[in-house]
Design a protein around this ligand. Sequence first.
Ligand code: ADP
Ligand code: MG
Length: 478
Amino acid sequence: MQWETVIGLEIHAQLATQSKIFSASSTQYGAAPNTQANAVDLGMPGVLPVLNREAVRMAVKFALATNAEIGKRNVFARKNYFYPDLPKGYQISQMSLPIVGSGKVSIEMDDGAVKEVGLTRAHLEEDAGKSVHEDFHDATGVDLNRAGTPLLEIVSEPDMRSAKEAVAYAKKIHSIVRYIEICDGNMQEGSFRCDANVSIRPVGESKLGTRSEIKNVNSFRFLERAINYEVERQIDILEAGGEVVQETRLYDADKDETRSMRSKEEANDYRYFPDPDLLPVEVEQELIDSIRNTLPELPDARRARFIAEHELSEYDAGVMTSDRYTADYFESVLENSAASPKLACSWISGELFSRLNKDGLELRASPIDTDRFSQLIARLHDNTISGKIAKEVLDKMWSSDDTADQVIDREGLRQISDSSEIEKMVDEVIASNPDQVAEYRSGKEKLLAFFVGQVMKASRGKANPGELNKLLQEKLKA
Ligand code: ADP
Ligand code: MG
């Protein structure tokens, strides 16, 4: 039997507002427990929620960025359930009238294939608190700092057909929310969380199979692994004649497996009803228009422009626009170095990214800002240094505040392009390797690399490779 995988994602993006969605408490991450929870967040009787206008603006911005419908009249509802980190006994969310309706995003796969994924809806809701187990014996602590933090829950159609597509979609949403600056996207801190709904069905079948929902996936790598594990698990069950049960499962990254958390609740278990403390939200056209004016160039448009204007390959354009900071960095290097887009791109995605990776840093935290990096690229571009030397210079810049020019001057790394100087070295190498010269002249042209190496060595890597090659060939042929 051939199986088809079906995946739909629910993504919780924490909105980057200063204060909570229904109270004035700060949303700052990492404060001492319960220092950022006021009477509203604690669910004290008699308090009233007041909607944060900024959260509404951010949700509308998301709708505009994904060409989604805007719920011009949207309503908050109570989702009732009991949990220690939810003192009110209900979460304020949106049910039948969300602020964002259906939309679409396109994803690009590594092989260049482009696919559209439907957005079902996105709604505003408040986050719950956190149960804390460390530092307690025979008890659980409750930290309500996170209670009331604004979330945008973005629900996709079950349009993904592989773990890779699901990851590409999640990365696209991640990139969009960061481009439009409504979420910092920090997955470690839980600002961007993905739940994956996974089912399988026989190829050719149109009815959806029974799904499980995997929670607690806090990186793209784990998302891919968790889905793949889950697909295998479901195939094993069905092929052994069993049935998949609809349930919520937890991904355990240490064991690389999912395990059952609870059986899946149905919407009507929550007894949703419109929250009587909050008025329906009317989103006026004027507000929509003013938000539309603040939209930056979005990832898809920027990618298309990088291909058209900078003549980057589709792949490179994808890497350079994966987040807004990278795209800005790239364009700033272009502007300040006068180098070709291809050169700038390959040095950013190659040498710069590999050093950042090694140090576990994001580009945002790069020890080398665009000014210093641009100067290095400019020196490559104007042939002051070769690629090999540039790598050395970059290493020296990495651990200091020196500019590329300072390192080049101090270490005497300027490339030798003066042909008479190179000629002298070429002559010396030819004179001291008569056997190799004879072999070369009798047809063993592969030896050219040997001579290049010798001259490079003599110049301590500084000879201009183009000039050197030209002169060597002339002299060897003579
Ligand atoms: P809930 O999880 O609250 O019950 P929904 O029923 O609306 O919400 O579905 C949530 C997510 O699950 C959506 O992203 C949807 O695309 C996805 N989904 C629903 N049914 C399936 C299925 N059979 N297989 C895979 N994903 C599914
Ligand atoms: Mg769900």
